[in-house]
Write a protein that binds this ligand. Structure first.
Ligand code: X8Z
Ligand code: ZN
Length: 612
């Protein structure tokens, strides 16, 4: 994830030659009557220059806050954000004077990107803007500091998200799981009224820059109309929904065997706390409960990483090695000096993994609380994917320093991680006893499906909820109800107990208080297979897609680099064309990849009633 979806911009308005109020802006506009295309070009150049300088200041404040959450760092970050929002809104307003002019393609594109660059536009009213910046910082702070204490008086009884998540991952005890699941959700009710205010103010900001609401602004970032994008997401979902339904059916049957049919009814939704993950968003931790074949070789990467006594830094080095094997550059020394790999013992930090380019000029970093396990090993590749995107587009104007769309950004590291196969891991000495057999393949694919296919409905539903919240379809007194209706509809899961409107379960998922759009991950989970298929072709792979690893292929690396270097300078279909020779997003590569498993699961599900 980028630290913010959009550019992080700060400025007092001097460098744009206008003061901080609308009145000043209007007078600037009047003075500059009948602007020319040349004026527009100069304006865009100025904005790029200002933004780069100011975004850097903002990113530094944000980095400090995220790696050291205190009352003061939160205020400093909020102030920086406030200035950034003010600047951007002013720049967008100023840019309106070029409407209707015949502009060169680059200028027109950058003006368009400026308009959609914020995931949180603020109202022009200074008091409202300040309030919005403070709420945004406080929501993220509440999440980052969040702990569940069995005795609120005694800090010894407190557990943070990492500790509670480890219970969700490892325990098979229904009640212990339930306590951890409920416990984490005690952090979010205090967010509820703030979130409501956040929605109102964010919508107001969006309307002032010409959108119906915040959701429409988010959907405008895909080189097509918001309505077309909505339809595109539905189309992709229909391509993959049947796979999810089969996986759900199989996993539910296995969980029902383990926990009993009273707790996991074989024809209803699955209780949300039994799937190995705090949000039931990926299910690889229940692999031991659903493992197709007893034997099948060593695919326990977690044990292997721990056996080798790798450190967090070693794991990041291994991730980097994958990228350099493709002929991509090494990470800069400053990456190793300035990143945060481990959870500090002495202070609160935002542990949710993220990747940064703090000065938009190759000051690359990751911020993670790495645990020595497979999930984090894969997340490291995910984060490095962001860093390599930054690495290859940082010489572009800052308005082009983004992914072709945000799903591309989220999909790069995951694409490479698809090549982190057992054979690759044995090649680099992590795994030893790797087997090749039909049983081994089904086991492996099951594990991958628990991560990738299980994620798909979750990846879609989060923003289905937010888009409805932003549009008012889900009212503030129905936040939780709307949330659980969508959870059930898409994921086929149900809360293990009553979730009334006194609670605020959406707030217990980082991206809601963190205001990070989420459809990007749904798209990334589809695109990464499309990228993988294309790069495998480039690497000269023959044979089934699931056997391919692009490790060591500089041909694949060249293709990838070419796409990364485009940043957002061209509409995304051109970037997709550059890497894959295709111009539409398409889940057929994902379906092809999982073909062996799907055939196997369908057989297993014979006689079962699937669906919920
Ligand atoms: O937030 C992330 C990354 C940072 S962009 C760790 N992901 C989503 C999540 O954790 O919910 C990666 C997959 C989905
Ligand atoms: Zn990410």
């Amino acid at each position: 994830m980028r630290r913010t979806h959009a550019l992080s911009l700060v400025l007092t308005l001097t460098s744009l030659g206008c003061g901080g109020s609308n009145a000043n802006l209007e007078s600037t506009t009047t003075e500059a009557e009948a602007p020319t295309a040349e004026d527009a070009r100069a304006f865009v150049a100025q904005v790029n220059e200002d933004l780069k300088r100011l975004a850097t200041i903002q990113a530094r404040a944000e980095w400090i806050k995220s790696t050291y959450i205190t009352y003061d760092t939160q205020i400093m970050a909020a102030r920086a954000n406030e200035e950034l929002m003010a600047y951007t809104s002013q720049a967008i307003a100023e840019a309106r004077r070029f409407e209707g002019l015949e502009l060169d393609e680059d200028t027109a594109r950058q003006l368009h990107l400026l308009t959609i660059s914020q995931s949180l536009p603020a109202p022009n009213d200074a008091a409202k803007r300040r309030r919005l910046a403070e709420i945004a910082a406080e929501l993220e702070g509440l999440y980052g500091r969040g702990k569940y204490c069995t005795d609120p008086e005694d800090p010894e009884t407190c557990r943070d998200l990492q500790q509670l998540s480890n219970v969700l991952a490892e325990s098979r005890d229904y009640d212990e799981l339930l306590e951890a699941w409920n416990g984490w959700r005690t952090i979010s009710p205090p967010m509820r009224s703030m979130y409501q205010e956040f929605v109102q103010l964010g919508n107001e900001g969006a309307r002032e820059i010409g959108f119906d609401d915040l959701g429409e602004l988010w959907r405008a970032g895909y080189d097509m109309s918001p309505e077309e994008f909505d339809a595109e997401v539905e189309r992709l979902w229909e391509q993959v929904a049947p796979l999810y339904e089969q996986l759900h059916c199989y996993v539910r049957a296995k969980l029902s065997e383990h926990y009993g049919a009273e707790r996991v009814p074989p024809d209803g939704p699955i209780p949300a706390h039994l799937l190995g993950n705090m949000w039931a968003q990926s299910w690889e931790n229940v692999f031991p409960l659903v493992q197709p074949y007893e034997a099948g070789g060593d695919i326990d990467v977690t044990s292997a990483l721990q056996r080798h006594e790798y450190t967090s830094r070693d794991m990041v080095r291994m991730g980097e090695r994958f990228f350099t094997s493709l002929g991509l550059a090494e990470l800069p020394d400053t990456f190793w000096e300035r990143s945060m790999f481990d959870k500090p013992e002495d202070r609160d930090v935002v542990c949710h993994a993220s990747a940064w380019d703090v000065d938009y000029s190759n000051d690359l970093r990751i911020k993670m609380c790495i645990q020595i396990n497979e999930e984090d090993f894969i997340t490291i590749h995910h984060e490095l994917g962001h860093n390599y995107y930054y690495r290859y587009y940082y010489e572009l104007p800052i308005l082009y320093q983004s992914g072709a769309h945000d799903g591309f950004h989220e999909g790069i590291g995951d694409t490479l991680a698809l090549s982190v196969t057992p054979s690759y891991l044995s090649e680099i000495g992590v795994l030893e006893n790797v087997q090749r057999s039909d049983e081994a393949l089904i086991n492996l694919q099951m594990k991958e499906a628990l991560a990738k296919i299980a994620f798909l409905p979750f990846g879609k539903m989060i923003d289905q909820w937010r888009w409805r919240v932003f549009s008012g379809d889900i009212p503030a007194d129905g936040y939780n109800q709307g949330w659980w209706e969508l959870r059930q509809r898409y994921q086929g899961i149900a809360p293990p107990n009553e979730r009334g409107e006194d609670l605020f379960d959406p707030g217990a998922k980082f991206h809601v208080p963190g205001n990070t759009p989420y459809t990007r991950y749904f798209l990334a989970h589809i695109l990464q297979f499309q990228f993988h298929r294309a790069l495998c072709r480039e690497a000269g792979h023959e044979g089934p897609l699931h056997e391919c690893s692009i490790y060591g292929s500089t041909e694949a690396g060249d293709k990838l680099r070419a796409m990364l270097a485009m940043g957002a300078s061209r509409p995304w279909p051109e970037a997709l064309d550059a890497i894959a020779g295709e111009r539409t997003m398409d889940a057929s590569a994902l379906v092809e990849y999982f073909a062996p498993l799907l055939a196997w699961i369908e057989e297993q599900n014979e006689g079962r009633t699937c669906g919920w």
